[in-house]
Design a protein around this ligand. Structure first.
Ligand code: ZN
Length: 503
């Protein structure tokens, strides 16, 4: 068979494996949005059956043969084809190099970990959870070794979410960011300007839904190829022409639902912008979590918290909620939209402090993998880091080391992508502004088409051809750097909280 024929066989197969995966995502979405409470066990059986079929397809020996044949004659492949083969090899190795018994044990461990965490968090009992967390860590390290990452186990964990990223690169970027951010957060916290907490009250859910639907549609989410529903924890799943977002509503926190929805819209527009004919291959899947997060954060923060955006949407907001907004001035509303207040809880934190929460987790994770930090010493290390970075000490472990679900299921190496995404979002923003200086004036007219078009062309349609660092370099002309994020935070929050916020 010619390389071209083999390549077609390979990509057809990969697309089928991917299609099975998207069915699983749809079942997962349904579980969180629609599933009757009595159907959980039946759904678990469906998911397990599907996962088995998907794994069988992903580890089919023919895939291995096609890959080997194509890799023998790389010169016959185009750059795009090479990217597809490289990513397919990565997936195939992950599907075939782990012993079946290990995969089974790990799935059991992951479920046990989640329940142990939930119980420990409710009871504020880290000691009861520590042995399970230590086992999770052990599973993660063993998996890395099976896949040939011995001595670089934490890099393996990071690479799963952000292909090509390493702890060394992240460590350098985060150290630079930390040096600038810690004093910036202190300055804002010391400012006499304080947003009025709880000034926005009594916003009916129907009105909130109408407003966020208008906002998300206007910025570019295609409702012919996606939808939004309500779930306990907001998320975005699906790809191509079937993207499912969720949000949740609270009558006294309209901004939280709105910004959550704008965030998920950023994720959703990225998935909608992937090349439809290539879904599943490296040309039609996202470039990793950091790039994904750059898309959600760019729309949520650089766009959604800008003056231009609110010049257009504030009259709409007031028209929908005349009594609720009557006593709030435009400046007060804008300050509420851009509230900065250090908190111990990551998911409640503002966009400035958020990054410090991530740096804290990265530093601890890295030490867990090198062995510098033992699991039993985590709570104390967490408290010390929270004091250093946030200027706050958790009074208990529920508001400290037990607050996040990620490690309970073995998801180490995931946190850094949130902060890398923030850096990339700011870097993309300034590049976009350099190319299109009147961008915010366009927002003020309700026109977001140029920005989405630019992202479509430079990020979305690129799929996974490039890793996050290469993509940053290609699109912005320079290496990924935290200085754009620092500049953005100073420019956005300086005028609001007084002074220029020099670091
Ligand atoms: Zn996100």
């Amino acid at each position: 068979m010619s390389s071209e024929t083999i390549y077609v066989e390979l990509t057809d197969w990969i697309k089928r494996v991917h299609a099975l995966g998207t069915v699983g995502e749809l079942l997962g979405w349904d579980e969180q949005v629609n599933l009757p409470p009595g159907a959980a066990e039946q759904r678990a059986g469906q998911q397990a059956a599907l996962a088995g079929a998907q794994h069988a397809a992903a580890s089919d020996p023919r895939l291995g043969e096609w890959l080997t044949a194509l890799e023998k004659n790389v010169a016959a492949l185009s750059d795009d084809q090479r990217a597809v083969v490289k990513n397919a090899r990565r997936d195939y190795d992950r599907a075939t190099k782990l012993p079946a018994e290990f995969v089974r044990d790990k799935a059991v461990q992951s479920s046990r970990g989640y329940h142990a965490w939930a119980k420990a968090r409710a009871a504020d009992d880290f000691a009861g959870y520590a042995p399970v967390l230590a086992q999770n860590l052990d599973f993660a390290k063993r998996e890395a070794v099976y896949l040939g990452w011995q001595g670089r186990e934490y890099d393996y964990m990071i690479d799963q979410f952000d292909p090509g990223m390493t702890a060394a690169v992240i460590g350098r970027l985060f150290a630079e960011l930390k040096g600038e951010l810690v004093p910036l957060v202190r300055q804002i916290a010391a400012s006499p300007v304080k947003p009025q907490a709880g000034a926005l009250k009594g916003f009916p859910v129907e009105g909130q839904l109408a407003f966020l639907r208008e906002v998300t549609e206007r910025i570019g989410f295609d409702y012919a190829r996606g939808r939004i529903d309500v779930s306990l924890h907001p998320f975005c799943t699906g790809t191509g022409s079937d993207v499912r977002m969720t949000t949740r509503f609270s009558v006294d926190e309209p901004l939280r639902s709105l910004f959550g929805a704008i965030h998920e819209t950023g994720h959703g527009m990225y998935e909608q912008g992937l090349p439809a004919s290539q879904l599943g291959t490296a040309l039609g899947i996202n470039a990793g979590m950091a790039v994904h997060e750059s898309q959600s954060r760019l729309w949520e923060n650089q766009v959604g918290r800008s003056r231009g955006f609110w010049r257009f949407f504030e009259p709409r907001f007031r028209a929908l909620f005349p009594t609720q907004t009557a006593a709030i001035s435009s400046d007060e509303l804008y300050l509420a939209i851009n509230t900065v207040a250090p908190t111990l809880i990551r998911v409640e934190s503002d966009e400035v402090t958020y990054n410090l929460h991530i740096i804290l987790r990265f530093e601890l994770e890295k030490k867990l993998f090198t062995g510098e930090l033992a699991v039993k010493d985590l709570p104390a290390a967490w408290r010390a880091a929270a004091q250093e970075l946030l200027g706050l000490t958790p009074p208990n472990d529920r508001e400290g080391v037990l607050q996040d679900v990620h490690w309970s299921g073995g998801a180490f190496g995931y946190f850094p992508s949130y902060c890398l995404g923030n850096m990339l979002a700011a870097q993309l923003w300034y590049r976009a502004l350099a190319l299109r200086p009147a961008l915010e004036e366009e927002f003020a007219r309700g026109d977001f088409t140029w920005l989405l078009g630019w992202l479509r062309e430079n990020i979305h349609t690129q799929g996974r051809r490039f890793d996050a660092l290469t993509l940053a370099r290609r699109v912005t002309g320079e290496e990924l750097s935290p200085r754009h994020l620092v500049r953005y935070l100073r420019e956005r929050y300086g005028p609001l909280y007084g002074g220029k916020l020099e670091g």
